[in-house]
Design a protein around this ligand. Structure first.
Ligand SMILES: [Fe+2]
Length: 424
């Protein structure tokens, strides 16, 4: 794993920490405190929690932590064992105030900046690795922030909903049909080989035997998904997994998150405001259950789509290797679009929207969780979650590679999650 020099790390630290402050600038004062669903945290908490984790890491590696570490443990600790404010209660407290949290950020930033040059060279690799973990953690929360803010601003009456930010115009395309790439079968290596950042869950390179398969050159589009919706896909029990059908029955969900039918016309809520549905864009904000029902519906259409299904996470990773580096051209957070781009004839596997896979989130064969307090970071979530691959238009580019494993419960829709097809 690459170890940053002290100068590089200082620069990176400043950039990532500033990005969190920049992203909250468009918020109204009320929005810093609002929590509109249990899974989404208010902005004050994201800003404070990422700071507390950095502070805790300073303490962990024997550097000087702030004097606020214990004081802020209860409100800003997350799932780490010990006393903590429940996740769904983060919108119910007024302490620490938003100003408290901003002051805390300044304090911890100063501590880190002052200490980086003083770390003895022998200890620098460990310090640097931990600091990179803290920054990668902050980048994960930045992605959450965009998805949470999109959800938050959708809650107001349609007429009073405010866009988060104007974005560069997105090109509308004719929505070229997908082409299919053949990925040869055989033994394939899965996992992070250590040449870029990775979480503990990616390590333990191991072999998987895959049958040959084909993968579609792009994500399923809004227009394609609309046919499923218009064909009564949400009302046909035979298309759904048992738990998915129960979920549809209890939630009365009829369309992807943020689709809204106004006067007979579908509209789509984006971070740049409400817009007509654009049929050539990737469909987005669907749950695993919706993705799964869609591919079952599509496979029944026969012809080219006979036997289509969602990929396993190993198929996705193998395809990503075979197709080459599609990450360089991918639409991640740095494009500034905050929305997936319309399909073109170019192959798009990474970026735009996370791709649901059928794989349950499980440890790799030689999985070793982090030592110490970070041991809880990922492993304890290996329970009833499905893996997503590839990153989205609100994922920071340095946070994702062909081995990155994201995971969410099968009903989650507020992430930028979509569908890619494979067939055997
Ligand atoms: Fe966190």
């Amino acid at each position: 794993l690459r170890i940053f020099s002290k100068e590089e790390m200082l620069d990176r630290f400043n950039v990532v920490r500033q990005a969190s402050l920049d992203m909250v600038k468009p918020l109204l004062p009320e929005e810093f405190r609002m929590q509109v669903m249990g899974d989404a945290s208010p902005a004050w908490w994201n800003l404070g929690h990422t700071t507390w984790i950095s502070d805790r890491i300073l303490h962990e590696i024997g550097a000087r932590a702030s004097r606020w570490l214990e004081t802020y443990k209860q409100p800003l600790n997350s799932y780490y064992m010990g006393e903590k404010l429940a996740r769904d209660q983060r919108g119910s407290v007024t302490w620490p105030s938003t100003l408290n949290v901003l002051d805390y950020r300044v304090c911890v930033d100063e501590l880190v900046r002052k200490q980086i040059p003083t770390i003895p060279d022998a200890q620098w690799p460990e310090f640097s690795r931990y600091l990179e973990l803290a920054l990668q953690h902050e980048q994960q929360h930045q992605e959450l922030f965009y998805t949470e803010t999109k959800y938050l601003r959708f809650q107001n009456q349609p007429k009073y909903r405010q866009s988060y930010r104007d974005v560069p115009a997105l090109l509308h395309s004719s929505g070229a049909p997908p082409s299919w790439f053949t990925i040869p079968g055989g033994l394939t290596e899965i996992g992070n080989a250590g040449d870029g950042f990775g979480w503990d869950i990616e390590y333990g390179i191991h072999q998987r035997y895959l049958e040959a398969f084909q993968i579609s050159s792009r994500h399923v589009t809004v227009g394609e998904y609309l046919h499923f919706e218009e064909d009564g896909g949400y009302a046909d029990e035979s298309l759904w997994k048992s738990n998915g059908w129960k979920w549809i029955q209890s939630t009365h969900i009829q369309a992807p998150e943020y689709w809204e039918c106004q006067y007979g016309t579908w509209k789509n809520w984006t971070l740049a405001g409400m817009r007509p549905l654009w049929c050539s864009e990737p469909v987005c904000h669907v749950s695993f259950y919706e993705a799964d029902a869609y591919v079952r519906w599509l496979s029944r259409k026969g012809d080219e789509y006979a036997g289509v299904r969602l990929p396993t996470e190993f198929e996705w990773e193998s395809a990503s290797h075979c197709i080459g580096d599609s990450f360089a051209k991918a639409n991640f957070l740095d494009s500034g679009l905050l929305h997936p781009r319309a399909a073109t004839s170019e192959i798009v596997l990474a970026g735009e929207v996370w791709s649901w896979t059928t794989s349950h989130f499980e440890p790799y064969p030689r999985y070793e969780e982090y030592k110490g307090f970070l041991s809880e970071y990922n492993g304890k979530f290996m329970d009833n979650q499905r893996v997503l691959r590839g990153g989205s238009c609100v994922t920071e580019r340095t946070s994702v590679s062909s081995s990155t494993r994201n995971f969410w419960p099968p009903t989650t829709r507020f992430q930028f999650s979509g569908i890619v097809l494979v067939r055997s």
